[in-house]
Write a protein that binds this ligand. Structure first.
Ligand SMILES: Cc1cc2nc3c(=O)[nH]c(=O)nc-3n(C[C@H](O)[C@H](O)[C@H](O)COP(=O)(O)OP(=O)(O)OC[C@H]3O[C@@H](n4cnc5c(N)ncnc54)[C@H](O)[C@@H]3O)c2cc1C
Length: 414
């Protein structure tokens, strides 16, 4: 046996690394493995929201300063441009303070860079790191979980009292022990491409979400990156792809070639890397996030926001909570499903109000005319624009979007 230990984290993406960083804070030695060697690419929109900044702030505020200063890898972002199905756009800053705060509310960075940045912060005093090591199977034992591992052509076994599955959407442990499977109405099919030379970048690096009728309730995005590059992509509900027999790459190419608001901006653009696809597992319902000897973190636990498609922040928050629960489990020497259930409760207590609100928005967005109307009204009313800007940080304000009265007042301009 290669190891027989207390804690193993499978996956060194944002969820796994955050778990490791907090375990190190609790002074808990652990192993973290990843099938890839770092740095490595990850298909993503590369948007790092305020939630990501919040976790980093808690881990070490100096890291945010580092990101802000490293302009060749991290671009600070100050807001979002929403484009309604009728082409009308509205710019909403993340913060409405008159004075620009010292730290950017969000960033955009290629995952190749951001994940390497996080990976470099692992605390080697507590974390034993094995890259190029793939989990191929897992078997429950009375006192832990036996992990089947592969490095090149060699195979090994390891054992742990508790395993954190942070191995993304295809998580072996989530499929085998938590019944995770592809549900077309709880997945986006996503595409990502890197371009250079795209025209009309926002001066404050706002990210752009284009809610085009062919993607609803998903969207086409353009996110600026450091230098001259942009991340361009598309997310469409897997259910629609299946039901309507859509070819997502054709839709992507036809938007760039023919959409009147987008096409002109790409007339000098060059594709820097081939277009690549990956799925986004959406948090559409509460499901098990733990069991005997395991916890699911991030995409392994399907925690992507169904409206925004944001998953990095939720992966990091779930990693933070996982470390907290592991600390308790170690103290109690209890790694049973019954004990670890508190992880599910804690994660959903922390994320569910936002996720369930996002489910409502995800449904509302299908109503194109409502979307067009709202954007139109925000554009003609400064006060409303400020109200919407507060919604990024204030969940109670965002909850107003659920209320028919809110739309009625908008209609009546009161
Ligand atoms: C097209 C697209 C656009 C997106 N845009 C955004 C965005 O702009 N902002 C945002 O916040 N979120 C976005 N997301 C979601 C985001 O990418 C994920 O939610 C996030 O990466 C989840 O982090 P994670 O740590 O759970 O998993 P991952 O980032 O997937 O990391 C999993 C790690 O596990 C490793 N691994 C996998 N299998 C094994 C194995 N068998 N053995 C060992 N190691 C293994 C992998 O190599 C990887 O390093 C997007 C997703 C897609 C597909």
């Amino acid at each position: 046996m290669l190891f027989d230990t207390n804690v193993v984290i499978v996956g060194a993406g944002p969820g796994g690394v955050t778990t490791s960083l907090y375990l190190s804070r609790y002074k808990i030695p652990h192993i973290i493995i990843d099938k890839a060697d770092f740095p490595r690419d990850k298909i993503c929109g590369d948007g790092l929201s305020g939630k990501v900044v919040g976790v980093l702030q808690d881990l070490n505020p100096d890291w945010i300063d580092e990101m802000q200063q490293d302009k060749s890898r991290f671009l600070d972002s100050w807001g979002v441009r929403f484009v309604a199905p009728n082409g009308q756009a509205v710019d909403l800053p993340f913060r409405i303070n008159k004075e620009k705060p010292k730290r950017a509310p969000g960033f955009i960075a290629k995952r190749y860079e951001f994940d390497q940045f996080l990976f470099s912060k692992l605390h080697r005093g507590f974390a034993s790191v094995f890259t190029g090591m793939r989990l191929t199977d897992a078997v429950q034992a009375d006192d832990g979980m036996i992990l089947k591992l592969q490095v090149g052509k060699d195979t090994f076994e390891g054992k742990a009292k508790i395993v954190v599955a942070a191995d993304g959407d295809h998580s072996i442990i989530a499929k085998k022990f938590a019944g995770k499977h592809l549900q077309p109405d709880a997945y986006y099919a996503g595409l990502r491409a890197y371009y250079s030379g795209v025209l009309e970048r926002h001066p404050q690096n706002f990210i752009e979400l284009h809610f085009l009728k062919e993607c609803l309730p998903g969207y086409f995005w353009i996110f600026p990156l450091p230098g001259d590059e942009v991340n361009v992509g598309l997310g469409i509900l897997s259910k629609d792809v299946k039901k309507r027999g859509l070819h997502i790459k054709n839709i992507f190419e036809s938007i760039i070639q023919f959409n009147p608001d987008i096409h002109e901006r790409f007339k000098f653009a060059k594709l820097v890397q081939p277009v690549r696809g990956w799925r986004l597992p959406l948090a559409k319902e509460k499901h098990a996030l733990s069991g005997d000897h395991f916890l699911l973190v991030g995409d392994a636990g399907s925690l992507v926001d169904p409206f925004t498609g944001e998953g990095i922040g939720n992966a990091m928050v779930s990693g933070q909570i996982a470390a907290q629960i592991i600390n308790r489990a170690m103290e109690a020497e209890n790694f049973s499903a019954a004990f670890l259930k508190q992880y599910d409760t804690s994660v959903y207590d922390s994320l569910w109000s936002e996720l369930s609100l996002s489910q409502t928005l995800h449904r509302l967005v299908r109503h194109r005319h409502l979307f067009n109307f709202v954007v139109n009204r925000i554009n003609s009313n400064k006060r409303l624009q400020e109200t919407f800007s507060t919604m990024f940080n204030n969940l109670d304000n965002r909850a107003m979007l659920r209320s028919p009265m809110f739309y009625l007042r908008m209609l009546l301009n009161i």
